[in-house]
Design a protein around this ligand. Structure first.
Ligand SMILES: Nc1ncnc2c1ncn2[C@@H]1O[C@H](COP(=O)(O)OP(=O)(O)OP(=O)(O)O)[C@@H](O)[C@H]1O
Length: 282
């Protein structure tokens, strides 16, 4: 199905276009009375070449949104595109190939293979795909991430920050259209966390990468270009060029709305929503 024109929406895709897009994205877990609506008809544009953070209370749907945009999870309703490719409706094999060829991932727990060296971990996705990494690019990523003297080390011989840098390199080496990072600093001390955030920022600014990062940390979100705030499975607000203080203020406001909302309501998120259109950035 073609991507709908922006007519019914207020979506603002950047000059470089849209790296990912969702319309009416709905995800329910379970059935009957135990159904949990993790995502409730979300419209979102992820602009290419930008750093987008996704924040919200625990259970608000952040990971589910990331998984659905990345084709890691199927949707209950709605449509998702990666670039111009509609991924909703693709068969599992096609999805696996698309993820492998076009998406990079970073997780809180690094997800490195313990028996492989740092270098082998970095090139593993491309090895599996039968593709040869662009050697000049690989060298550039290695140097940018400061991993030159760690290439032969196994993950257990590396600090948490170094392991996450390897995971970052692994995500970058294949030059994916989009990198999804789920709490990439969650297991790191603040110094190593800052370092990884700096690398993600550089990947966007210097390498033209597109990054979507789920985080609970306002300080981490402040490294992004745009913060999307989720509440009860909906995007309830967004914040351009965030500072940690501004993010914190916004979060306090949502907490206050939640605290004063009568039982059985969605915590006043509707009132916090600035528009009915998709959230994105220019
Ligand atoms: N596999 C699953 N089965 C049933 N319910 C699920 C499943 N995965 C998520 N949920 C529910 O969907 C909702 C959204 O979960 P999700 O993990 O996306 O939230 P989150 O904002 O990422 O939370 P956290 O910050 O705690 O990681 C929650 O109510 C959660 O309990």
């Amino acid at each position: 199905m073609p991507i709908p024109d922006s007519a019914p929406f207020t979506g603002r895709s950047g000059d470089a276009g849209t790296a990912a897009r969702a319309r009416g994205l709905t995800k329910a877990y379970g059935s009957g009375e135990t159904t949990v609506l993790a995502l409730d008809s979300v419209d979102v544009d992820i602009a290419r070449g930008r750093f987008t953070a996704v924040m919200g209370p625990s259970g608000s749907g952040k990971s589910t949104l990331m998984h659905c945009l990345a084709g890691l999870d199927n949707v209950s309703a709605g449509q998702v595109w990666l670039g111009d490719t509609e991924i909703t409706g693709l068969k599992e094999r096609e999805l696996t190939q698309l993820r492998r060829d076009r998406v990079g991932f970073m997780f809180q727990s690094f997800n490195l293979i313990p028996t492989l060296s740092a270098l082998e971990n970095m090139t593993l996705p491309m090895d599996i795909a039968g593709r040869k990494p662009d050697q000049a690019w690989l060298e550039h990523v290695i140097d940018t991430l400061g991993l030159r003297d760690r290439l032969k080390h196994r993950p257990a011989q590396l600090s948490g920050g170094q392991q996450q840098r390897v995971a970052c390199a692994r995500a970058l080496v294949a030059k994916p259209e989009l990198i999804f990072a789920d709490e990439p600093t969650g297991n790191l001390d603040s110094r190593a966390g800052l370092e990884v955030l700096g690398f993600l920022r550089d990947a966007v600014d210097q390498l033209g990468q597109t990054v979507v990062m789920v985080t609970h940390d306002p300080g981490a979100a402040a490294h992004s270009d745009l913060v999307l705030f989720l509440g009860d499975g909906r995007i309830v607000d967004d914040l351009e060029r965030p500072t940690a203080d501004a993010v914190l203020e916004r979060m306090k406001r949502f907490d206050a709305l939640h605290a004063t909302a009568p039982p059985g309501t969605s915590g006043g998120h509707g009132a916090a929503s600035p528009s009915d259109g998709p959230h994105g950035q220019s």
